[in-house]
Design a protein around this ligand. Structure first.
Ligand SMILES: *Cc1c(COP(=O)(O)O)cnc(C)c1O
Length: 337
């Protein structure tokens, strides 16, 4: 199957599976899992934080971050398109009584500091307490510049806000900018990383922050039912992903460029309104193209796309080769009017 729906579909490779089958494990709720402990310690150091927590998903990592930075009646500033506003079932509001204050994302994915400043509530009993600014990088496949991140840090300091990064695909950003991951992470009080997307682990995310923050997040993780026992089997996969699968993300980015360029030459497809920075390609589709029918035709040839998701989105990843892209393009060509 050639699957363009998301980089979450990546399969663990043989070497990763071998590591998993041999992982030393213990009960992580007792703090006894050596593989989880090693991953958490290594990840904290590698990303320039005091501590880290291995969690079940990116959604859980974001939820724990917001609930650890904020109390009931607090609010967090985020983008209208932020995953932790739009795509996480309102978790922070439902489970933490933390109110989101979304701001329209600029075309480059950033949040305008003037608009953010206006959204910060005065210290007055009418209002929620604005406590946190949450950014996302990459956002819709776009990379936020290091200069913008530095400005965000200054803004957060000025307004005494904590600064969180939803870094589900932060390694795609680092590879695209050709910088060390710390050049990005240094600006944030907390950060998440999805191990189960382009990095190719089967399950898991990391939450990074200082000791006190991670201690609070660990308690909340237990409360939410996210305390896992012999989780080392998954943690070694995450460690493998972070130590073997980072630099190859450049290949996914090159493939995305190629895909966008070629799609644009198909009748009824246009990728011109979108920049491709990393592994996500968006396309506008002419209304004469019946993408629903085409996607069913492709499915019969074991090529999977999501028709009409956010316009039209294609994601490249380690299980998609240049040949696979050519197969998609050839299949699309035969189906177009
Ligand atoms: C995928 C994603 C998440 C959530 O990760 P899950 O592991 O699917 O819960 C959070 N933020 C961003 C930006 C993502 O792309």
């Amino acid at each position: 199957m050639i699957d363009f729906r998301s980089d979450t579909v990546t399969q663990p490779c043989q070497q990763m599976r071998l590591m998993m089958s041999n992982a030393p494990v213990g009960d992580d709720v007792y703090g006894d899992d050596p593989s989880v402990n090693e991953l958490e310690q290594w990840a904290a150091t590698r990303h320039g934080f005091e501590a880290s927590l291995f969690v079940s998903s990116g959604t859980q990592a974001n939820l724990l971050a917001i609930l650890s930075h904020c109390e009931r009646g607090d609010e967090y500033l985020c983008g209208q398109n932020a995953h932790n506003y739009r795509y996480e079932a309102g978790g922070a509001a439902v489970l933490g009584s933390v109110q989101p204050q979304p701001i329209e994302n600029e075309p480059d994915g950033s949040l305008c500091f003037n608009k953010l400043e206006k959204a910060i509530k005065p210290d007055d009993s009418h209002f929620a307490r604005t406590r946190l600014l949450s950014l996302e990088n990459t956002i819709g496949g776009k990379v936020l510049s290091l200069q913008y991140l530095a400005q965000a840090r200054t803004f957060a300091n000025k307004h005494q806000l904590a600064l969180h990064l939803d870094g589900a695909r932060v390694y795609n950003a680092a590879v695209a900018l050709n910088v060390d991951i710390k050049d990005i992470s240094q600006h944030f009080d907390s950060m998440t990383i999805c191990l189960s997307k382009g990095l190719g682990a089967p399950v898991g995310s990391l939450l990074l922050g200082n000791h006190e923050f991670i201690k609070k997040a660990r308690r909340l993780r237990k409360m939410l039912g996210g305390g896992m026992r012999q989780a080392g089997i998954l943690a070694v996969a995450g460690y493998y992903a972070l130590t073997h699968n980072v630099s190859r993300l450049a290949e996914d980015h090159d493939n995305a460029q190629y895909l966008a360029y070629q799609l644009n030459s198909l009748k009824g497809f246009s990728t011109e309104s979108y920049q491709v920075h990393t592994n996500i390609v968006f396309a506008d589709i002419d209304e004469r193209v019946d993408i629903q029918r085409i996607s069913e035709k492709l499915k019969a040839q074991n090529i999977v796309i999501t028709p009409g998701y956010q316009g039209m989105r294609f994601v490249t990843h380690k299980d998609i080769s240049r040949d696979d892209i050519d197969m998609l393009l050839a299949a699309l060509r035969t189906e177009l009017p």
